[in-house]
Design a protein around this ligand. Structure first.
Ligand SMILES: [Zn+2]
Length: 268
């Protein structure tokens, strides 16, 4: 399996859209891996995870063709992950397609939003529920409950192709027990885990800071879900996390964690 991190930033990106934070200033000056667009990924060029406001730019930057997508999976409805207006460009009158080339998998809240916005458009919608796996193409996809926004069923995704297993876990704090339980028998080849708060922890428990990130990794290691073979990669970094890319690399290096950046491709 191959996963490309198309975006690795927090809600307002890095540099922060309207921010003069230290990390934002650093990113504006140094660019490179410190520029983080809104969090998103694509698996094997076909399974798109989240469709945020930076999608067009990300696809162009990385030379990706959105017509390759057969599925668009949504984790939750926050604006950095769900930019519904972008969906309409996939069919007539913006091209000659009568239908979208992909199935949309999303929780009930997002499905309703799409139906309200595009009542006449023939989108293929499949409603997802945490802990109810589904099959798409050759992939078994298990939505797990993220600890994020209690007003909707926010997901992290376990993606399995028969050979390899990916956990894509953006926008979550420390999981509730049912999610740990659902992971009990998994063996991860790659885990992409959020680290929104970086080195600046806040009272909000719907995101992880760098220390909580390592707590999650250690608990999964103790369960045998993460092993020395697992690629562990961070994503969803906020400019308010008080850490540049290099500072995160320095923090995580002793723990074997790869600090994610826009365009990073992982093979496993
Ligand atoms: Zn987010």
């Amino acid at each position: 399996m191959r996963v490309r991190l198309m975006g690795t930033g927090g809600a307002d990106g890095v540099p922060g859209f309207f921010s003069d934070s230290r990390v934002s200033r650093y990113a504006r000056e140094h660019k490179g891996k410190d520029i983080r667009t809104r969090a998103a990924a694509v698996v094997d060029d076909t399974i798109k995870i989240d469709l945020g406001p930076d999608t067009w730019y990300q696809a162009m930057r990385d030379g990706l063709d959105a017509r390759d997508w057969t599925a668009v999976l949504f984790t939750h409805s926050d604006a950095d992950h769900f930019a519904p207006d972008e969906l309409m460009y996939c069919m007539f009158p913006f091209n000659h397609m009568e239908y979208s080339g992909f199935t949309i998998y999303a929780n009930g809240f997002i499905c309703r939003r799409i139906l309200e916005k595009f009542p006449e458009w023939p989108f293929e919608l499949v409603m997802t529920k945490s802990f109810s796996p589904f099959v798409h193409g050759g992939y078994r996809i298990s939505p797990l409950q993220a600890h994020h926004n209690p007003s909707e069923d926010s997901h992290n995704f376990l993606v399995q192709d028969g050979d390899s297993t990916l956990l894509y876990a953006t926008d979550t704090g420390i999981w509730s027990e049912p999610t740990w339980e659902a992971l009990r028998h998994a063996q991860l080849d790659c885990m992409v885990l959020e680290c929104s708060e970086g080195l600046a922890s806040t009272a909000y428990d719907g995101h992880l800071d760098a220390h909580e990130f390592l707590e999650v990794v250690e608990r999964l290691r103790g369960m045998g879900v993460v092993t020395n073979e697992t690629q562990i990669v961070s994503t969803h970094h906020s400019h308010n996390g008080e850490a540049t890319h290099d500072e995160l690399v320095e923090f995580f290096a002793p723990h074997g964690v790869v600090v994610g950046y826009d365009g990073l491709e992982l093979n496993f």
